[in-house]
Design a protein. Structure first.
Length: 228
């Protein structure tokens, strides 16, 4: 086969895959995995150099995100463009457990930020850019939920829930920075707002983890009954 024909076939295959909703979602999860892994390594290096629990907690947070997205990517490659009834419940259950752990890590991050008064103050342009990116992530998570609402794939549900958890944490970080950069409230009010929002985010992530774990166990039970 000529090189031009081979390239044309590969291009046609790539176009076909990109039309597949499942493939596009898994591809985005893989890209996010790389970003999360690199940022976790960066935070780990800062934590070791500065002997900072804050940076180490951030490393744990992004490390958990990377682990979850790595597991769903492996599951997606195993099932290719079709759902896999054996690996998807496992990926959902593992991610559900890790989301429970993440809620504890997120609570530790919120505690450290409140007790040590950690909040990054940015300029107006940078703050607007960060806010735009955060709202973009939230809006994209909502759009993905609407588009995939009729898709029964547990893998896609897992990827969506991971995105929801990350978006919730981003909103907490955004609020903390915005109150420092633009807020006119006193210190006590700022701490109260950050404490309430942080607690709500932790409970939200924990609820996601519990619901995913329960759903995956129920799916495994149904598969076991069908096999017998």
């Amino acid at each position: 086969m000529r090189p031009k024909q081979t390239a044309a076939l590969r291009l046609a295959k790539t176009r076909t895959q990109l039309r597949n909703q499942r493939y596009r979602t898994i591809l985005s999860a893989e890209a996010a995995f790389v970003c999360n892994l690199l940022y976790a390594v960066y935070q780990c290096a800062l934590g070791i150099i500065n002997l900072s629990l804050w940076f180490l907690a951030m490393c744990a947070f992004y490390g958990i995100l990377a682990t979850m997205r790595f597991s769903v990517s492996l599951c997606g490659h195993r099932g290719q463009c079709l759902p896999c009834e054996t690996s998807e419940p496992f990926a959902m259950r593992l991610s559900g457990i890790l989301l429970g752990v993440m809620s504890v890590v997120l609570a530790a991050i919120n505690y450290l930020s409140l007790s040590q008064n950690i909040a990054v103050k940015y300029g107006e342009i940078i703050m607007i850019t960060i806010a735009t990116y955060t709202f973009y992530k939230v809006i994209m998570a909502i759009i993905r939920a609407v588009k995939q609402r009729r898709n029964p794939s547990l893998l896609l549900q897992t990827i969506r829930n991971i995105s929801y958890a990350e978006a919730a944490a981003s909103v907490v970080t955004l609020q903390r920075s915005m109150l420092v950069s633009f807020g006119s409230m006193d210190g006590a009010q700022v701490r109260f707002m950050n404490a309430v929002t942080g607690a709500a985010a932790c409970l939200f992530v924990l609820a996601l983890g519990i619901s995913m774990t329960i759903k995956s166990m129920g799916k495994d039970h149904k598969l076991w009954q069908n096999q017998n």
